[in-house]
Design a protein around this ligand. Sequence first.
Ligand code: TEU
Ligand code: CA
Length: 557
Amino acid sequence: MERKFWHDKIAYQIYPKSFYDSNGDGIGDLKGVISKLDYLKELGVDIIWLSPIYPSPFADQGYDISDYRNIDPRFGTMEEMDELLKEAHKRGQYILMDLVVNHCSDEHEWFQKAIKDPDGRYGKYFYIEEVKDGKLPCNWRSYFGGPVWDPLPGHSDRYYLHVFHRKQPDLNWENPELREEIYDMVNFWLDRGLDGFRLDAIINIKKALPFKDYFADRPDGLCSIHNELHEANGVGDFLGELRDRTFKPHDAFTVGEVFNEKEEELPDFIGENGYFSSMFDFEETVFGQSQRGWHENYDITPDDYKACVYKTQRKVSDIGFISNIIENHDEPRGVSRYLPGDMRDDSGKKLLATVYFMLKGIPWIYQGQELGMENLKLSSIDEVDDISSIDSYKVALDAGCSESKALKLIEKYGRDNARTPFQWDDSENAGFTAGTPWLRINPNYRSINLKAQKDDPSSVWNHYRNLIALRKDPEYKDIFVYGSFTPFLEDRHNIMAYIREYEGKKILVLGNFDREEKKVILPYTPDRILNNNLDELTLKGNELTLLPSQAIIAYVG
Ligand code: TEU
Ligand code: CA
């Protein structure tokens, strides 16, 4: 495999609105990010993905872009973006922007022009259909609830497609003129010095055409988008063209948000000359998810978690580099989701960190994860900002859930959990802003914050820092980056154990998700222990006793 500059990197996602506010307006901004580059450097972060910072009406927190070639004034200016690139590069760091091209905002000038003249050039940038007798072109349900079709303003007989929010009209990738606009825009940023992109909802750019109905799966008579995604073929033609015209000539790093890919297509996506450098593993993210709504989801146990992760590791094997996460801005906090209730303490958080961080692939940290930030408790739906949560709340009520039950579901799955501001210290507003934060701060910031953790060698933060340092240690680096992945003790309940191996050198990673201690026989006798999340260690030859919540990394030379 040809070695690439990004293979051995540690990546980090910033949700700019909630990272650090430099001017007291309650909204995180680019100056805030610039001022924290040294912090990220200290942690060991190389690649930084910024969720959208383009001008936007914020119907979906910036994932509805009204101008692809600018910065929203709430986040800063173009000059500050250039400064961010310069400052990051100075520190050997790379910056990625979010590329949201399945849809734009209804306030984007393309859509505004399409409204004026649906038959003209810009009408063809979108999916606009004539509607007779109120019969919609298809019965797909948008991700945020309701039909994917809404009337085109000023044209009662024409409807436009939006698979997400009504303010996010889908762009028509079948139209070569639209594709040219996108490539131009992508090159505009790469020419400016940007290092790459995270590709939002990228699988959605190909639609199963012509539009047709599928079986309704809820009382609303609509069906999940998954039906059409499953039938949509040929996204690769668009993605290959996008790669060749933009990413490839710039040697850009790209990571796809890819759901519902077809397994046999994996080499096309992330293999040699794949569409993307990498893509996220969502196997455990979607586990237990019901198309009927959050009230029908079921919980993930440590054994399920292990099975999901191993499935991906085996599938990807040496095809390419998967991106491993435990959370992002769309998901609840990983520690609140994957750890059983009574294991959500510092030891449990470090355990989860260890077992996912040493997997094959690129480890990603979502802001605040390195502190062990947790889900947010709610007392009323009025406290919720996220449009997806608000819709899911209604779905739960319609399905007969009580208000308190529905609210519990939002606490468990809602997107605000990850979007509460970063907890820098224990001062007012967690040191995030001198003003009023745009979203409520998690009240646990008095105990969970960076300031309290930085100088405490046994903190979750220092555990992450140690894991990063270990992955970068020249003695072990090749094992972590290029080593094979082989599970062992796979059938042992609540034990996650695997071997990373490169040129005969091995690293064993073990974690105990059980409340009881577990005796295990290791396949090799370790030469040394590289990391232990607890103070104790009971190892005699190759007999190891793992305490509850214990995670060990061992080296066999
Ligand atoms: O998410 C795409 C996505 O497919 C959804 O499954 C998302 O996880 C779901 O809406 C959560 O309820 C991306 C972005 O990450 C998300 O923040 C945006 O809302 C969405 O695209 C639209 O741009
Ligand atoms: Ca600000």
